[in-house]
Design a protein around this ligand. Structure first.
Ligand SMILES: NC(=O)c1ccc[n+]([C@@H]2O[C@H](COP(=O)([O-])OP(=O)(O)OC[C@H]3O[C@@H](n4cnc5c(N)ncnc54)[C@H](OP(=O)(O)O)[C@@H]3O)[C@@H](O)[C@H]2O)c1
Length: 285
């Protein structure tokens, strides 16, 4: 296990908990102390860590850091015959480049994306997306299932895991921005933000259904007979901006959203399903 930040440490701990033999390496070696106390072996170098196991999991800041650690004269040859599992966040192109790089060194390569925070690692309902050669997946699956109960293999097209990861992150960060503005609404109206968070967790399945519906509409390309039209949604966003003005709170998040809805309205999509906003994002309006 290379990389013992918040996520790498949680991954190593989950592997230990499931009885795997774990060798760890981290730039700041002190971060390995609690894991060594719990039975993992601290590698004195990246090369030692790579040589120690048939499967090498990397979870560092990004792919550039990964390559700076692995692309050395000592480490690269040690990768031959092993599976390199990249769990740092990256782009599909970085995944494709990494697969070529690993193959040139005789290693199998699997790209993965963790759909969880460190405290959620190892749970039965935690998800990891994986993509890359079938052989790489088969070899690493027993380890991955210790990290997440729901390991979703997306096939041999190695960029798929990071593509779906970035798409999911786009959704999560968009929702988080909306939540933070919602928290300002609560604060300005004397409501508890923690209760707001709990309420959203309770109704998450219903909101998930709404998002799934938008996905179905976009895939089918049929925007008529809307559940919620662009103009209805635009009206809601306008009220959020109006409230921000009345309550004198920051309005950047809803103002940004309103700009997109207004573009969709101006392009004649007002009566269509809210998902028609994607036509603005496609640039064709
Ligand atoms: N945290 C999450 O909720 C989460 C969820 C899904 C995916 N991820 C992904 O997991 C990866 C790690 O995230 P994290 O939360 O563990 O971040 P973190 O706590 O900031 O840890 C970063 C890790 O990268 C290492 N690192 C950074 N720059 C380095 C360099 N130049 N040379 C060597 N090592 C370097 C750090 O080593 P030092 O300890 O020496 O600084 C540390 O091990 C990221 O790609 C992140 O996007 C995180």
């Amino acid at each position: 296990m290379i990389g013992l930040g918040a996520m790498g440490s949680a991954l190593a701990r989950a592997l230990l908990r499931d009885g795997h033999r774990v060798t760890v390496w981290n730039r700041t070696s002190a971060r390995a102390d609690p894991l060594v106390r719990d039975g993992s072996v601290l590698a004195p170098s990246v090369a030692f860590a790579v040589a120690a196991s048939p499967i090498v999991i990397v979870c560092v800041a990004d792919y550039t850091v990964t390559h700076s650690l692995l692309e050395t004269q000592e480490v690269a040859p040690a990768l031959a015959g092993r599976v390199l599992v990249q769990l740092s966040t990256g782009t599909p192109q970085e995944a494709r480049d990494s697969e070529v790089w690993a193959r040139e060194r005789g290693a199998d390569y699997l790209d993965g994306a963790i759909q969880a925070t460190p405290s959620q690692v190892g749970r039965p309902d935690t998800t990891i997306f994986a993509s890359g050669a079938d052989a790489a997946f088969r070899r690493s699956e027993p380890l991955l299932t210790s990290l997440a109960g729901n390991v979703t293999y997306l096939g041999e097209s190695v960029g798929s895991a990071s593509a779906l990861d970035l798409a999911t992150l786009s959704y999560v960060f968009g929702a988080a921005l909306g939540f933070f503005h919602g928290a300002r609404i609560c604060e300005s109206e004397g409501l508890r933000v923690d209760a707001f968070g709990s309420m959203l967790a309770d109704i998450a399945p219903v909101i998930g259904e709404m998002i799934k519906h938008q996905g179905d509409v976009i895939q089918a390309g049929v925007y008529e007979s809307p559940q919620a039209s662009v103009s209805t949604c635009a009206g809601g966003v306008e009220r959020i901006v109006q409230h921000a003005r009345e309550a004198q709170i920051n309005a950047e998040v809803p103002t940004f959203a309103l700009g997109l809805f207004r573009k969709a309205m101006a392009a004649g999509h007002g009566a269509e399903e809210a998902a028609a906003l994607i036509k603005v994002l496609r640039g064709g309006a």
